[in-house]
Design a binder for this molecule. Structure first.
Ligand code: FAD
Length: 398
């Protein structure tokens, strides 16, 4: 049977970064990617946090725009903040560039390769996949495996250690239009990332919607919790889009490319490591439930997996426990807290206004929330607790 040291499933930011960094450190790496072209089918607003390209050694050419402003809107009001600045890109470019670098480092990226199952034997982990181009089932043995299939990851049957019945409750259905205005929108459109939080007048559900500007189009989309059919979801976006148009490209004709995808917005998966198999990125549930962001977390888990595999190679150790420690330490407290905060806000939409007003009035609070909690000093923790208490009190009366 064919064999490799490290097998990665999925070539999104998590899988691509894992492959690139593992191959760079001399680990023989194979990636199985379901799609025929890496990144081509990913639906995403593709906003990147400040410093992303530097952190992951990616060329600035993938960046479309550097919006310095973020607005958070409710039905009542728009609250404005300055940013790092953040970046926007497209997933074709982001995922395609990372996988190109992984290939250049020696990783073997196999497209049209659909992961099916895995089992352990004495010599490692045997993964079965379908080569959908050739129409054949294939097997490959790996010393360790990184599962990074994103929000469609169904892992209950893969390994009991990854079972997580609440996974389904965290799934958010999304629709996005790539809107190409015939003439450019107003300047402010290209300088702002917009997030909107409101209760839908059509369905009564809480909606998170966005407008993220790109070089040649605007990504305008929304997500909502429950499973909903395509027509109802499209109706929600068709209600939202004219409101954005009235502000940003009034009276301008446009064409639209429609995209749909699942996003995960629940709690992180409790088990993400088991006997040489690791789970990363969105498959591990690592998405900020208040914003829908998960690219940074995904790429970071790819880095942790590659680093654990490289370290494990030296002393023939299972890399999974080290990977799990690093990932949980970096992300679990913050993301668990964000998922709880989102449920708290959704219960009474007026609470969004309470939070956004406080963030707008205390830029230091807003700024600290964009940083990793592991970097906070004691003074910053005290400040954050004081702000959280203030928010809790005000929100209780909202
Ligand atoms: C509408 C929308 C907007 C978003 N906007 C943002 C944003 O602006 N900023 C941000 O940071 N995050 C955003 N996110 C979240 C972000 O897309 C994810 O957090 C991120 O893509 C996770 O990366 P990943 O590598 O874990 O998974 P993915 O990017 O989902 O990649 C998974 C890969 O695995 C492949 N795959 C799946 N199943 C199999 C299989 N069985 N076999 C082989 N391959 C398989 C898929 O084809 C895919 O290439 C958004 C998500 C959505 C849905």
């Amino acid at each position: 049977m064919e064999s490799t040291e490290f097998l990665v499933v999925g070539c999104g930011p998590a899988g691509g970064t894992a492959a690139r960094e593992a191959a760079r450190s001399g680990v023989s790496t194979v990636v199985l990617e379901r799609d025929a072209v890496v990144g081509a089918k990913r639906v995403c607003a593709a906003g990147l946090r400040p410093g992303f390209c530097e952190t992951f050694d990616l060329p600035r050419s993938i960046v479309h725009l550097d919006p310095p402003r973020l607005t958070l809107s409710t039905m009542r009001k728009t609250y404005a903040f300055t940013l790092g600045p953040a970046h926007t890109t497209t997933r074709e470019e982001l995922d395609g560039t990372i996988s190109g670098f992984a290939q250049a480092e020696g990783a073997d990226i196999r497209t049209s390769a659909l992961f099916r199952s895995l089992e352990r034997d004495r010599d490692g982990v045997v993964v079965e996949y379908a080569d959908t181009k050739a129409g054949a089932r294939k097997k490959i043995r790996a010393k360790s495996v990184f599962l990074a299939q994103g929000s469609t990851a169904r892992l209950d049957d893969v390994d009991p250690a990854f079972r997580f019945p609440e996974w389904r409750d965290g799934i958010i259905t999304c629709i996005q239009y790539r809107v190409y205005p015939k003439t450019p929108a107003i300047d402010a459109a290209y300088e702002t990332l917009e997030m909107h939080y409101y209760r839908s007048p059509l369905s009564g559900e809480t909606i998170i919607a966005w407008m993220f500007p790109k070089r040649d189009h605007l990504s305008i989309g929304l997500g909502m919790g429950p499973k909903i059919n395509g027509a109802a979801l499209r109706a929600e976006l068709d209600w939202f889009l004219p409101r954005v148009q009235a502000r940003l490209f009034p009276g301008v004709g446009y064409t639209v490319r429609e995209e749909g995808n699942l996003l995960y917005g629940g709690q992180p998966r409790p088990g993400i490591a088991s006997d040489r198999v690791m789970v990363g990125g969105t498959a591990a549930g690592l998405v900020d439930a208040t914003t829908g962001e998960g690219i940074y977390e995904a790429a970071m888990t790819g880095r942790y997996a590659a680093s654990a595999v490289h370290a494990g190679k030296r002393d023939v150790r299972d890399p999974a426990p080290a990977y799990e420690r690093a990932t949980k330490h970096a992300f679990y407290k913050r993301l668990r807290h964000r998922a709880k905060l989102m449920s708290f806000l959704e219960r009474k939409p007026d609470r969004f206004d309470v939070l956004f007003r406080q963030l707008e009035g205390t830029p230091r609070f807003a700024d600290l929330l964009q940083h990793d909690r592991n970097d906070y000093t004691r003074r910053q923790w005290l400040y954050l607790y004081a702000q959280a208490a203030r928010f809790g009190l005000r929100a209780a009366f909202a």
